[in-house]
Design a protein around this ligand. Structure first.
Ligand SMILES: Cc1ncc(COP(=O)(O)O)c(C=O)c1O
Length: 441
């Protein structure tokens, strides 16, 4: 098999389309830039090995879940321990208490913790707690911020460039009336936020955000914006929720909340929490979390919630992420790597803004100014991005394309990426940027 052949994967995809809906187990697995999914044989450290025997340096890392790298020995050992204990689920064990105690130490907002399986459950539970606590039903969400695939979140502005445009479903099958409770404004728009809080603050149960908007690449909060969210929600008795499903552990063990020194009332985690095992958490102020049944009325349970294999994996993951110096090293490497990427594109004359914080970053082809809003990111040039992703893929560097419309998705590296891996990838970027500059798309 040649290093670039995808014959086995192509055949698998053809077969899969006869038995899996659209040939995949999850819609996003089809990389829109490649027109097909990657078919992976196994993962190891910074690498994916596909069914055609190709080694790919991975810059998706399981949509951000594998922050320590694939097949991390400590995580693997923890999972094996769980297998030996009998693959228990739907039961409390001493490890659940240990993990919650660790999270209470690390995560500024976390006084009490509840575990679920996936990020969507954690955000829905957070909203339910906020509604139970306030007796209100409306909530504010920022346009383009992603909080999972439940009806609560599948809404967007009909026209993101028109602040007066209505909120409409972003998916088929979502009844528009679910949007009646949503007020939507642009991220980083302090004036719009002040107006909404003045006019509707007392009607809102919650304000929810991705405190760094990684689902549009990487759009950090404008200076003072998180502080403003904190102040005004307090003024109006609104529950502030930081959805750190993606941003958690990316810049700091305590998340964006710890990095910026702003503590929400509730926060959600998943992805990197258990380094590739399904585990999510809703955590926050003890008085709010007391609204969960059976102390309160807001239901939350789940056969697989806090699955033991995942809980053990999370304990092993946090053990590593809380070692001294880990984040100093990670953030320094991140800044260096993003700077080197930017330099390569600049030298080759490809207009792009590389914007990253900690272990995750966005590549905005086209714009050359910092991206501070969701609408800035709409100018993104998907044609060049697609050519970049395709040519990187052919040369053994994997990026996931999330969409071919609007802002780009996110990319990231792991603690398993060595300097040699990053240098190898940078060499590929240089070759591909040269090709793009020469019109070889
Ligand atoms: C910020 C954020 N919240 C929630 C979710 C939903 O998580 P899951 O896919 O585990 O349901 C995601 C997933 O990408 C996310 O990025």
């Amino acid at each position: 098999m040649s290093a670039t052949s995808t014959a086995t994967a192509d055949q698998l995809f053809e077969q899969a389309q006869h038995v899996l809906a659209a040939g995949v187990s999850a819609g996003m697995r089809i990389n829109p830039y490649l027109g097909k999914p990657l078919f992976i044989e196994h993962g190891e450290g910074a690498y994916l090995y596909d069914v055609d025997g190709r080694r790919l340096i991975d810059f998706n890392m399981s949509n951000g879940a594998a922050l320590l790298g694939h097949d991390h020995p400590a995580v693997k050992q923890a999972v094996q321990h769980g297998v030996e204990l009998g693959i228990i689920c739907a039961a409390e064990t001493p490890f659940h208490e240990q993990l919650a105690a660790r999270m209470v130490e690390i995560i500024p907002a976390a006084e009490r913790v509840r575990f679920s399986s996936v990020g969507t459950e954690a955000t829905v539970v957070a909203l339910r707690v906020a509604r139970a606590a306030t007796g209100r039903s409306k909530y504010l969400k920022f346009d383009g911020h992603f909080h999972g695939l439940s009806e609560h979140w599948l809404f967007k502005s009909a026209d993101p460039f028109d602040p007066a445009s209505p909120v409409v479903p972003s998916s088929g099958g979502v009844p528009p009336h679910w949007g009646d409770d949503i007020i939507m404004i642009p991220w980083n728009d302090a004036e719009a936020f002040e107006t909404v809080m003045r006019e509707h603050g007392d009607e809102l149960a919650a304000v929810i955000c991705e405190p760094i908007h990684y689902n549009a690449g990487c759009i950090p909060p404008a200076p003072g914006f998180l502080e403003l969210l904190r102040e005004r929600t307090q003024d109006h008795g609104v529950v502030l929720i930081f959805d750190e499903v993606l941003s958690g552990f990316r810049t700091n063990a305590g998340g964006v909340s710890a990095t910026y020194g702003v503590t929400p009332d509730l926060t959600t985690h998943a992805k990197a929490l258990a380094n590739g095992l399904p585990l999510s958490s809703t955590s926050g102020r003890a008085d709010l979390m007391a609204h969960l049944a059976p102390t309160g009325t807001a239901v939350h349970s789940g056969t697989y919630s806090g699955h033991l294999l995942s809980v053990l994996a999370a304990l092993a993951t946090l053990e590593i992420l809380t070692q001294p110096g880990i984040y100093d090293e990670l953030n320094a490497r991140a800044d260096r790597f993003y700077g080197q990427m930017q330099e390569i594109f600049d030298r080759n004359g490809i207009p792009v803004t590389i914007q990253g914080k900690g272990a995750r970053f966005g590549m905005y082809f086209g714009p050359t100014e910092p991206i501070t809003t969701w609408t800035d990111a709409f100018d993104h040039d998907h044609v060049t991005n697609q050519a970049f992703v395709q040519q990187c893929n052919e040369r053994g560097v994997a990026f996931h394309g999330y969409t071919k419309a609007g802002p780009p998705g996110h990319a990231g590296f792991s603690l398993a990426h060595t300097d040699a891996d990053l240098d190898e990838a940078l060499n590929v970027f240089d070759t591909v940027a040269g090709n793009l500059a020469a019109g070889r798309t």
